[in-house]
Design a protein. Structure first.
Length: 150
């Protein structure tokens, strides 16, 4: 449901999360790239105007999420400030500029990126497991109190 007060980002995120994401990668692995810049806060923006970010979906699971880090300190400060302004305008709490990150970038962070690979989700997709509980070496389903163990 879309509300009149919803921002473009909230609408995009909700539609993607509720309607698109559940269908991704059901038949074959899918790579989603070229996200709107607002959907990748710390990612650099490519020459095409989209965030330099991608996600891999397979069998209904988001398997991996990756992006190239924005290592321009001034651009990061501008993004932090814009984000805070938007949040304040919406009556939401705004986070201060991460001065430690900005100082590290000014010191000289080289171009970098990273990928978060969800091994639990990968195992679920590979082994066609429906519950993430089944991927844990020590499931937490039957919790015991410490005194009950001795």
């Amino acid at each position: 449901r879309i509300l009149k007060s919803d921002t473009w980002d909230e609408i995009f995120f909700r539609l993607f999360l509720e309607k698109i994401e559940p269908e991704l990668g059901k038949k074959a692995p899918v790579l989603v790239r070229d996200y709107p810049p607002s959907q990748a806060a710390l990612s650099r923006i490519g020459p095409n105007g989209f965030a330099d970010r991608f996600e891999i979906y397979w069998r209904g699971f988001e398997i991996a999420n990756a992006f190239h880090e924005l290592n321009d300190p001034e651009e990061n400060v501008e993004r932090f400030k814009r984000d805070a302004e938007v949040k304040r305008a919406l009556g939401k709490p705004a986070f201060p500029v991460d001065e430690e990150l900005v100082e590290s970038l000014r010191f000289g962070m080289p171009p970098s990126g990273g990928i978060a690979l969800g091994l639990d989700r990968l195992f679920m997709a590979l082994l066609q497991i429906d519950s993430i509980e089944e991927t844990r070496a020590f499931p937490f389903r039957n919790r015991y109190r410490r005194e009950d163990l001795y």
